[in-house]
Design a protein around this ligand. Structure first.
Ligand code: PHE
Length: 465
């Protein structure tokens, strides 16, 4: 039995929790990042390694986070401290929770800006920008390039879209767990699925589905590099929203009697399905139009719109496509804000609305670092050495390559070695062999695997390459 009940909020059902956690997981990582890193890292072989990472590391770490949150029934730092002292260990382990919330805070400060790009693109597609760019095929690519360039280099434009998106996120969080988060995901997640399947179907009809399918599922290990393996592992973390405070907070709201193992597996499957469907929606268009599958981060915002402009109903499909991305990004952004807002509510005793607004404004202020980095403003161009040469690159590097792997490592070690085994057993409620498997993954496989990524991301493996 949990003894500590700082948070009294609960999801109203198992289904609501699954939707919310899947909403947190499914986001720009699935639709923007996964397709281009798959493209850059060799297609099928990369997908294969990524799936292994989700299975062996992602799912156990998610279970570990949820069990900490649920047992502690409070926001991450307090939850970890509670679980540690219950096992007779120091409450200083709470640093794991604090790191997660900090990572989530920093991630949202740039995530919200990219979500804002997607919102801007709904407007561009809807107002016919793609088809007018395509009116002259000779200058189509250049016109789309200019459209993107003008957006990311304009401080006023970035500010408008970032502020609008953040305002909507604050609004949802101010309404609380049931009234805000749950209501939002109840509408947005099914809508997201419908839009995604519709676009995949369209893409299969007008695009080169066979080429996309073989690109994604033909496994050719000669295309896989050691970096590819590491990128796959890092992405498993990012896409499942691990080590960012979220899964601990969502675990704190988990109603009693819901299986942590089953729901974690379902969330991971749903997240992976969305990433694969997103690939099957995007690549047929990429191949049919002779675009470059390894175009990198610009694939979504610079390559695809070139194709949309000349496709049947391209403006409509383009609009729907970016609406879908906004939905996906939004359900992740609200999860990220929830982690900080819940922290302010519990630790500072702030009422919900004030906590949501304060957290939102603080993150909005931090997002200026990214806005001005993108726009090329002098003061945001700082040399952070290996972490990048502006604030945006530094935040991306710091969160994805340092805070998340380190957090994941500490979480797996904490639950694997520190937390009381009887408590974990009681909370997981699994058959003995299943429990043993999860514990082996948490004690050995996850920490060693993460150490491997971490060593690479801080450059240690460069020495042996
Ligand atoms: N999982 C989200 C995505 O794939 C990103 C995210 C990371 C959200 C960490 C919350 C925390 O887009």
């Amino acid at each position: 039995m949990s003894t500590d009940t700082h948070v009294s909020n609960r999801w109203s059902s198992r289904y609501a929790y699954i939707l919310a956690a899947t909403g947190a997981a499914v986001g720009l990582g699935n639709i923007w990042k996964f397709p281009y890193i798959m493209g850059e890292n060799g297609g099928g072989a990369f997908v294969f390694v990524y799936l292994i990472c989700v299975l062996l590391i992602g799912i156990p770490v998610m279970m570990a986070e949820v069990v900490i949150g649920k047992r502690g029934r409070s926001t991450p730092a307090n939850a970890v401290a509670h679980v540690a002292t219950e096992a007779g260990h120091s409450s200083h382990w709470s640093i794991i929770g604090t790191m997660g919330v900090l990572a989530g805070f920093l991630i949202l400060s740039f995530y919200i800006v990219i979500a804002g790009w997607a919102a801007a693109y709904v407007f561009y597609a809807g107002s016919g920008e793609f088809s007018s760019a395509a009116a002259d095929p000779a200058t189509n690519a250049e016109a789309i390039g200019t459209l993107f360039g003008n957006l990311v280099s304009s401080v006023p434009q970035l500010l408008v879209w970032t502020t609008l998106t953040m305002t909507a996120v604050i609004y949802v969080i101010s309404k609380g767990v049931k009234g805000g988060l749950e209501t939002a995901v109840t509408y947005l997640m099914p809508a997201l699925l419908v839009l995604l399947v519709a676009i995949m179907t369209y893409s299969a009809v007008v695009g080169d589905f066979a080429a996309a399918f073989s690109f994604m599922f033909d496994i050719d290990f000669s295309k896989l590099t050691i970096e590819g393996v590491l990128v796959a592992l890092g992405h498993a973390f990012f896409t499942l929203s691990l080590a960012s405070g979220i899964m601990m907070v969502y675990g704190a709201y988990l109603p009693d009697g819901v299986s942590i193992a089953k729901t974690s597996i379902m969330i991971a499957i749903a997240d992976t399905m969305v990433a694969l469907i997103a690939g099957l929606a995007i690549y047929p268009i990429v191949f049919a139009h002779g675009l470059e599958p390894s175009a990198g981060p610009g694939l979504l915002f610079q390559s695809l719109p070139i194709a949309f402009g000349s496709m049947p109903m391209g403006d409509v499909v383009g609009t729907v496509f970016f609406v879908m991305i906004v939905f996906a990004a939004f359900t992740s952004a609200i999860a990220l804000l929830e982690a900080t807002a819940a922290y302010l509510e519990e630790r500072q005793g702030m009422p919900r609305v004030k906590a949501a607004i304060t957290a939102g404004i603080a993150i909005w202020i931090c997002s200026l670092g990214t806005v001005f980095s993108l726009a090329g403003t002098e003061w945001a161009q700082i040399n952070f050495g290996f972490m990048g040469s502006n604030i945006f690159d530094m935040l991306d590097y710091l969160t994805a390559n340092i805070l998340m792997p380190l957090g994941g490592l500490l979480i797996s070690v904490f639950v694997g070695w520190i937390m009381k085994t009887e408590v974990i057993k009681e909370e997981f409620n699994l058959a003995q062999w299943q429990f043993t498997t999860v514990m082996v993954l948490l004690r050995w496989v996850a920490p060693l695997g993460i150490l491997f990524v971490f060593a690479n991301s801080v450059g240690l493996l460069d020495v042996i390459k």
